[in-house]
Design a protein around this ligand. Structure first.
Ligand code: ACO
Length: 311
């Protein structure tokens, strides 16, 4: 790669200018973006499954309408992100194939089951909350199409977070059984949610380069700490407990200290050994196969349109 092109690229990144699809970029930068954006897209799409599971069981028409809208938003996020990755030269088929063959990663968080209605509240609040913490800085990521996609995604995610927290406020003011469901959901989702930010900084192979290229604007541990600091008071406001006996406000640091994460569990889930991993991939593959007729019909329609336009 010619040094003057590399220098010009690095100067633009250092000046916080966006890199656009037709601009020259180092091949490794392109590959890193395709990796991160496609994994992000897969996460949005697989993320529809644990919640989609509850659409027919939502406790009221209002909650059902909200949940339907939220799950549809996630589909939209996946589609913007696949489109952003396509501007880098990745094809949709390649990306989908990588997901379905188990080659591509997607967020660990979507490999856990949704056992009760409180889980739907906990996902909106904790999972989408963690996603926002990670995605707000990505609005300033150095690749223009990714940054712009994040603006709308973050707006929608903040609605998702509020609806989740709202559902839990209602339940935590309800019967003892409802309160117990909320605590149980927090107990099960807390640790997986704080694992979403990825491995600790000293074990994150991609971080240093991605921060230099301003793809990532904050490190995994920085974002995890911010999320814990913001979320602990919200747990207390619900009258619930954080399932971490080592959690303690550290006056000197101005942050919460927290207990050790189970990184063996994290890496097992990354390897595809999570509790619902098999079920998630089967559901995705089935959805893809069931949708084959739609893709064929769209292709046939497009072929006919072109024929007409040529005539
Ligand atoms: N789940 C699955 N894989 C993960 C996770 C996770 N929670 N965290 C890290 N990994 C993977 C990385 O993808 C990387 O593997 P790879 O090199 O094969 O791609 C490996 O673990 C090492 O991690 P890092 O070096 O820290 O990787 P990276 O710099 O890409 O940071 C992060 C990971 C923070 C997830 C980053 O990719 C990112 O910010 N992505 C965009 C946000 C996103 O994907 N969110 C999805 C969940 S939110 C939602 O969909 C609602």
């Amino acid at each position: 790669e010619p040094q003057e092109l590399i220098d010009a690229f690095e100067a633009r990144v250092a000046a916080d200018a966006f890199i656009e699809p037709k601009d020259w970029m180092p091949d490794a930068y392109r590959r890193t973006l395709i990796r991160q954006i496609s994994q992000h897209a897969h996460s949005e799409i697989v993320g529809m499954l644990p919640e989609g599971n509850w659409i027919t069981r939502a406790p009221s028409l209002k909650r059902k309408t909200i949940l339907l809208a939220k799950v549809q938003d996630e589909a939209g996020h996946g589609l913007y992100l696949y489109s952003a990755a396509e501007t880098l030269g990745a094809s949709r088929e390649e990306m989908i194939d990588a997901l379905h063959s188990g080659k591509a990663k997607y967020s660990t968080i979507f490999n856990y089951p949704t056992l009760t209605w409180a889980d739907i509240g906990a996902i909106g609040w904790l999972v989408d909350g963690a996603a926002i913490m990670n995605q707000v800085p990505l609005q300033r990521t150095s690749y223009g199409p990714y940054a712009r996609a994040m603006v709308r995604v973050c707006k929608e995610e903040s609605f998702h977070q509020r609806q989740g927290y709202d559902a839990l406020i209602v339940m935590s003011n309800g019967t003892d059984e409802q309160k117990a469901m909320v605590q149980d959901a927090i107990d099960r989702w807390w640790w997986p949610a704080i694992m979403m930010f990825g491995p600790p900084d000293d074990n994150s192979p991609n971080s240093a380069q991605s921060i230099r290229w301003r793809i990532k604007r904050e490190t995994n541990d920085e974002l995890r700490q911010k999320f814990i600091d913001a979320t602990v008071p919200q747990v207390h406001l619900l009258g619930m407990k954080v399932p971490d006996p080592d959690l303690k406000w550290n006056e000197e640091r101005g942050h919460y200290d927290y207990g050790a994460l189970d990184w063996d569990e994290f890496y097992a889930v990354v390897r595809g050994e999570g509790p619902t991993a098999k079920e998630r991939m089967e559901a995705r593959r089935k959805a893809w196969d069931d949708g084959a007729w739609v893709r064929e019909a769209a292709d046939a329609h497009e072929a006919r349109r072109r024929l007409k336009a040529a005539a």
